[in-house]
Design a protein around this ligand. Structure first.
Ligand SMILES: [Zn+2]
Length: 357
């Protein structure tokens, strides 16, 4: 997942933090020493979790780390750290971009109201980004001075701001959340399950027929990767078959509605199906796979040669298991569900090239 934001020059870069950034971020956080013990001091383990969950964004200028944004989903909070010095406005530019990208990320999970905890000196920027001072936390009448002029390095997370992300959600995602509520799905489903909303893919192309003889659709890049992977599996004597690929929001809604009508509870349904709007199948990149050795969509698939082959090889084609055993989304293990990620394919190609050279 890439969060594009306008950066003023090519020297300014914004990117999702990876686990390899742990030491740099930790040093950056330690450098600022701003955490008020009554708020949320970030422990190493917590920071590592957040990195693994792809909830940390970094903004650099001339390869120097200028700002870090950390999205705490359960709390619907955004922690912002910037460099205390503001050399030539680089920190400001990075701050605006990193806040914007973090809001995009939060709204992907359905966050409607975001609370932001920040150091004193960045208050003026936040006012410009539509944040309102948290009423009742500190006297509001000295806001301009407090927010803009203070450079007190011990200020800590003394300033709390809030902003409604509903305009940012847009009409389609607001409608998705309404449909979820009609099915009895809690409004904070995405936040609690750490599941993102997915837009319905455009420009779908034919993927081939599934094991029931139905035509399936996916994005062009997914189709190419699937064809290459299936071909290689064939050569290795393994037969991979499709069960399902692209699904619309309406299809997912109907699927869940039918299960409820058959007498299942919404809790039972959500253990095996994502809520409408939150299924990776909307993206046109998710494939449900099976093989002649197993009935479709059964955990028995995990005992097949085909699954063992996927574990060894799928990553090099860009396919990743989205719901492994004991996943953080509280979705039952789905050994059949694989999602195509362009970044994984490129990373695999890069490490192959490096090991060959
Ligand atoms: Zn699936």
């Amino acid at each position: 997942m890439v969060y594009h934001a306008h950066m003023p020059t090519p020297e300014h870069q914004l990117r999702l933090a990876a686990v390899e950034d742990f030491d740099a971020i930790r040093a950056f956080v330690a450098d600022l020493q701003h955490v008020d013990a009554s708020d949320h001091p970030l422990h190493d383990a917590q920071l590592l979790d957040l990195l693994q969950q792809e909830c940390v964004l970094l903004a650099h200028c001339h390869d120097r780390l200028q700002a870090v944004a950390i999205v705490l989903l359960p709390e619907q909070q955004l922690l912002i750290r910037t460099r205390p010095d503001n050399a030539a406005g680089h920190t400001t530019a990075c701050l605006v971009a990193v806040v914007d990208a973090a809001e995009k990320m939060a709204s992907d999970y359905g966050v409607q109201q975001l609370q932001l905890l920040a150091t004193m000196q960045i208050g003026r920027c936040l006012l410009g980004s539509g944040y309102r001072y948290h009423a009742g936390h500190r006297a509001g009448h000295r806001l301009g001075q407090d927010a803009g002029n203070t450079t007190d390095r011990n200020a800590g997370y003394q300033q709390r701001w809030h902003k409604s992300l509903r305009p940012r959600l847009g009409s389609v995602r607001r409608q998705i959340l309404e449909h979820c509520q009609q099915l009895g799905i809690a409004v904070d489903y995405g936040i609690r399950r750490q599941l993102r909303m997915h837009r319905q893919a455009q420009n779908l192309v034919a993927l081939g027929t599934d094991c029931f003889g139905r035509e399936q659709l996916a994005t062009a890049a997914t189709v190419r990767a699937w064809q290459r992977m299936q071909h290689q599996a064939d050569r290795d004597g393994v037969s991979l078959q499709l069960v399902s690929a692209y699904r619309s929001h309406a299809y997912q809604y109907g699927l869940i509605r039918r299960k409820l009508d058959q007498g299942q509870t919404i809790e039972q349904v959500l253990r095996v199906s994502a809520a409408p709007g939150f299924s990776e199948h909307h993206s046109g990149r998710a494939l449900d796979l099976t093989s002649p050795e197993s009935a479709p969509l059964q955990q028995q698939f995990a005992t097949t040669q085909a699954f063992a082959w996927l574990l060894r090889n799928a990553a090099s084609f860009g396919f990743v298991q989205s719901y492994p055993e004991h996943n953080r989304h509280s979705i039952d293990w789905e050994p059949w569900h694989w999602c195509y990620h362009e970044t994984h394919r490129l990373r695999a190609a890069k490490s192959r090239a490096e090991s060959e050279s």
